[in-house]
Design a protein around this ligand. Structure first.
Ligand code: PXG
Ligand code: PLP
Length: 435
C-alpha cells in the first residue's frame, strides 16, 4: 500500500502497522482470509466477540432479511419489534429477577449507561447522596469517560487524567504472581482482597457509595480469575452498605465461561449486568444493560407521561442489530453452545498449561474459554516481547492477541481439540523464536 491511507486504527501502533499492514477481507467459520489470500486460524474469536464462528449462516440470513425489511426505526418514544423480542430473549438467559434490558451500541456505552442508572436509582429512592463510584485496579470498562474513570488501566487514563470523573475510587486487583502463578481455574488464595471495599466504605461512609463495578473475570488486562470466594465476599459487603454491584460481562457473557453469564457460573447475583460482543456474535455492534427488576421499578415512579431516564442512543435497539441478536440467541440454544464451551474447558486448560516451561513464560491462567500466558518483559521494553509473539503467530497463520506481554486466548465455543493444538503449537514455536 504505497499511497498514504486515511484510516486511523484504534488501539494500534499506526506507524508500524502501515509499514506492513495486516488486512482481513473475509472470514468463514474459524478462519480469516487476508487481502493477499492467506487463511488464518482465529485464536481470539474475533475480539472475544464471535463465539459461534464467523459468518454463521443463520445470523447472516437474519441480518439480510432485516435490513431489507426495516433498516432503521426511530428509537425514542417509538420502537421496533426486534428490539422488544431481543430484550425478552436476553432476560430468558439472565439470572432470575433481572428482567429489564436497556440497549446500547457497545460495551463502553453499556458501562457508562450502567453507572448512570445506578446514580438515577439511588436518587429516585431518596438517596441522592450516593454518588461515589468504585472500580478496580486493572479493570477495563471501555474508553468513554465513565468507563475510563472506573477503569484501572494506567495507560488508558494517563493522558486524560484531568478529565476523569470526580468521586471515583478503586479497590485492589486480584492478581498476585507469588501467590497464584500457574493456577488452573480459580486461585484458592485471595478472597480477602474483596475486603478492600470495606476500607473504602469506612473512609467515605458506605452510605455515600452508589456502585461497585468489576469484571467477574478480568479480560483485557490479562485474564485475572477471581479467587475462590472473592465475588461472594464482594456481594456480601455491597449488601451490608446498600451498594449496587455491577458485573461487566462484556466478555464473560454468552458462553465464554461455559454459562449464559458469569453471574450464573459463579452463582453470585449482581444488581446490574453490562454486556456486548457475544450479544450479536459480533456481527452488528450492540451492547446491553440488564437490571434487577427493583432498579427499574424505582425509576417508574413519577407522572407516567414524563420520561423516566434522560438517557439513550440514536441506535439503541437498532432493528438490524436486534435481528442479529435474536438469531444469535436462537443459535446459542440450537447448538447448545454454552454446554459445549463448558465441555471444552478441560481440554483448553490442558492445552494452554502445556506451555509452562517454555521460554519467557512466567504465568499461565485460564477460566472457561479465557486464557492468558504472561511473559517476562524485555529489559526496558515492556510489551515488545508479547507483540513480537503476536507478529510471529500472524506470520504462521494464527491470530491471537497480546495485551502487552500477556498473550490472550479466546477460542470458539465449538473449537476442536485439533484447533487448540494448532493454536498452542504455533505459540510454542513463536516463543522459541523470539528473544
Ligand atoms: N467492558 C469490558 C469488560 C470489555 O472487555 C468493554 C467494556 C468495552 O466494550 P467496547 O465494545 O466499547 O469495546 C470491553 C471491551 C482485549 C480487548 O484485548 C478487550 C476489549 C476491547 C478491546 C480489546 O482483551 N473489551
Ligand atoms: N452529537 C450530535 C450533534 C447529535 O445530534 C447526537 C444525536 O442526536 C449525538 C451527538 C449522539 O449520537 P448517538 O445518539 O448516536 O450516540
Amino acid at each position: 500500500m504505497s499511497q498514504e491511507q486515511a484510516f486511523w486504527l484504534p488501539f494500534t501502533a499506526n506507524r508500524a502497522f502501515w509499514k506492513s499492514p495486516r488486512v482481513i477481507r473475509a472470514a468463514h467459520g474459524h478462519h480469516y482470509i487476508t487481502e493477499d489470500g492467506r487463511e488464518l486460524l482465529d485464536g481470539f474469536s474475533g475480539l472475544w466477540t464471535s463465539g459461534l464462528g464467523h459468518c454463521h449462516p443463520k445470523i447472516v440470513e437474519a441480518v439480510r432479511e432485516q435490513v431489507g425489511t426495516l433498516d432503521y426505526g426511530m428509537g425514542f418514544q417509538v420502537t421496533n419489534d426486534k428490539a422488544i423480542a431481543l430484550a425478552n430473549e436476553v432476560t430468558r438467559f439472565a439470572p432470575p429477577g433481572m428482567n429489564k434490558v436497556f440497549f446500547t451500541n457497545s460495551g463502553s456505552e453499556a458501562a457508562d449507561t450502567a453507572l448512570k442508572i445506578a446514580l438515577a436509582y439511588h436518587r429516585a429512592r431518596g438517596e441522592g447522596q450516593r454518588t461515589r463510584l468504585i472500580g478496580r485496579e486493572r479493570g477495563y470498562h471501555g474508553v468513554n469517560f465513565g468507563g475510563m474513570s472506573v477503569g484501572g488501566i494506567p495507560a488508558n487514563r494517563k493522558v486524560f487524567s484531568a478529565a476523569l470523573l470526580p468521586g471515583v475510587d478503586h479497590i485492589r486487583h486480584t492478581h498476585s504472581l507469588p501467590d497464584m502463578a500457574f493456577s488452573r481455574g480459580q486461585p484458592t488464595w485471595g478472597a480477602h482482597l474483596a475486603d478492600d471495599l470495606e476500607r473504602l466504605a469506612a473512609l467515605h461512609d458506605g452510605s455515600n457509595i452508589a456502585a461497585v463495578i468489576v469484571e467477574p473475570v478480568a479480560g483485557s488486562t490479562g485474564i485475572l480469575v477471581p479467587p475462590v470466594g472473592y465475588l461472594q465476599r464482594l456481594r456480601g459487603i455491597c449488601d451490608k452498605y446498600g451498594i449496587l454491584l455491577i458485573f461487566d460481562e462484556v466478555i464473560t457473557a454468552f458462553g465464554r465461561i461455559g454459562a449464559p453469564f458469569a453471574a450464573t457460573r459463579f452463582d453470585v447475583m449482581p444488581d446490574i449486568i453490562t454486556t456486548a460482543k457475544g450479544l450479536t456474535n459480533g456481527v452488528i455492534p450492540m451492547g446491553a444493560v440488564i437490571v434487577r427488576d427493583g432498579i427499574h421499578q424505582a425509576l417508574m415512579d413519577g407522572p407516567d407521561k414524563v420520561v423516566e431516564l434522560f438517557h439513550g442512543y440514536t441506535y439503541s435497539g437498532h432493528p438490524v442489530a436486534a435481528a442479529a441478536g435474536l438469531a444469535t440467541m436462537q443459535v446459542y440454544r440450537e447448538e447448545d453452545a454454552f454446554a459445549r464451551a463448558l465441555a471444552l474447558e478441560p481440554a483448553f486448560e490442558e492445552a494452554i498449561h502445556a506451555l509452562s516451561g517454555e521460554p519467557h513464560v512466567i504465568d499461565i491462567r485460564n477460566f472457561g474459554l479465557m486464557g492468558g500466558i504472561e511473559l517476562a518483559p524485555r529489559d526496558g521494553a515492556p510489551g515488545m516481547r508479547g507483540f513480537d509473539v503476536f507478529l510471529k503467530c500472524f506470520e504462521r497463520g494464527l491470530v491471537i492477541r497480546n495485551g502487552g506481554d500477556i498473550l490472550q486466548f479466546s477460542p470458539f465455543l465449538d473449537s476442536s481439540v485439533d484447533e487448540l493444538a494448532q493454536i498452542f503449537d504455533t505459540v510454542r514455536t513463536a516463543l522459541r523464536e523470539v528473544d
